[in-house]
Write a new protein. Structure first.
Length: 349
């Protein structure tokens, strides 16, 4: 069963570095928890913190799912264009994280007392970078992504722009005025669309030049898992969001109903994959996802139980709680999905 100890094994923000701690160990701790150890951060470690690299594997998984879908369903997929598009969506996610921190700071949503500055260092509030520096960082990543978009558009045409522009506009509107989708219960549906049809579908299109309906359907199961992570995070933030008038979907539903909805999203992943395997859209070997069921069960139990009143010893991202358990399930189920698809396309299973 997943416990606070399981989550804490990945490290803690309170952990003091050992003498002579290696640079790669610092990077690993940041990738695992989003929190660096106390002490000096090199340039790479700083970028890993600023871009919230600990959550970027969700987008890496989406890119891998898209590539394996192309390999399984299309005869003329381009590995080079797929790799370029996959790099593009990861950069887009990093840019989105930078912009969200910038916009939330500017509108006053992020403060020293808000969870964003408590579970991990806020780029500006922690003193890691200035507001101007954060803006420049976001621009640099977006410019790099724009160069990738130009190359993909030259190869695949205008539809690539539609995928990229749709993702960019939704990402900006997630926190930025005037729409501020997050504040009106639309942030969670936005994640479902972005991690599904836009990321997986757009990367598939870049690789193949087409986007069949069955591929759009195949983008939904993993998008549900990604959305569940955000649901868990927003459930954790209800005590802060509700008084501030930030009506995320969990605020609108209430904590109990939001926890049930999050459980439903995770459970739905499994029968949807089974259906897609039965239709031939996914290889049979994808059914290896059943090995994630024990993690699913323990996560469902965690969502059934109340959040502790105080931080458990060594827990790395407090005051988040449910988000950590849901993320661990998403990571396990997503990795198994990729592994099963890879075995399936290699062995034609």
């Amino acid at each position: 069963m997943t416990s606070a100890t399981d989550v804490a094994r990945t490290g803690s923000r309170d952990t003091q570095p050992r003498a002579g701690i290696r640079t790669w160990q610092t990077w690993l701790q940041v990738l695992q928890t989003g929190n660096p150890p106390e002490g000096h951060l090199d340039l790479i470690g700083r970028w890993l913190v600023l871009t919230r690299a600990s959550v970027l594997p969700m987008t890496v998984t989406a890119g891998l799912v898209a590539g394996l879908l192309a390999w399984w369903n299309a005869d003329d997929a381009s590995i080079g264009l797929w790799a370029l598009a996959a790099a593009g969506i990861v950069l887009a996610h990093a840019a989105n994280n930078l912009m969200n921190d910038l916009f939330d700071l500017d509108i006053g949503a992020d403060t020293r007392e808000y969870p964003r500055a408590l579970y991990a260092p806020h780029p500006v509030l922690s003193g890691m970078i200035s507001r101007r520096g954060l803006l420049v960082a976001a621009l640099v990543v977006n410019v790099a992504d724009l160069a990738i978009l130009a190359a993909l558009t030259a190869a695949r045409g205008v539809p690539v722009i539609a995928f990229a522009l749709g993702g960019f506009l939704l990402s900006v509107a997630y926190t930025a005025p005037p729409l501020r989708l997050k504040k009106h219960g639309l942030g969670e549906p936005t994640v479902l669309v972005v991690w599904g049809p836009l990321m997986v579908g757009g990367t598939y299109y870049a690789a193949t030049g087409s986007i069949p309906a069955e591929v759009v359907a195949a983008s939904i199961p993993y998008a549900l898992l990604s959305t569940a992570v955000l649901m868990g995070k927003h459930i954790d933030k209800i005590p802060w969001d509700e008084p501030a008038g930030t009506r995320t979907l969990p605020v609108m539903l209430g904590a109990g109903a939001a926890r049930r909805a999050t459980q439903a999203m995770m459970v739905a992943f499994y029968p949807l994959v089974v259906v897609l395997v039965a239709l031939g859209t996914l290889p049979i070997a994808t059914l290896v996802i059943v090995l994630a069921v024990p993690r699913l069960v323990s996560t469902l139990r965690a969502l059934d139980a109340p959040k502790p009143a105080e931080k458990p010893p060594g827990f790395p991202i407090w005051p988040l709680w449910y988000a950590a358990f849901v993320f661990l399930h998403t990571r396990r189920a997503g990795a198994l999905m990729v592994l099963g698809m890879l075995v399936g396309v290699l062995l034609d299973l």
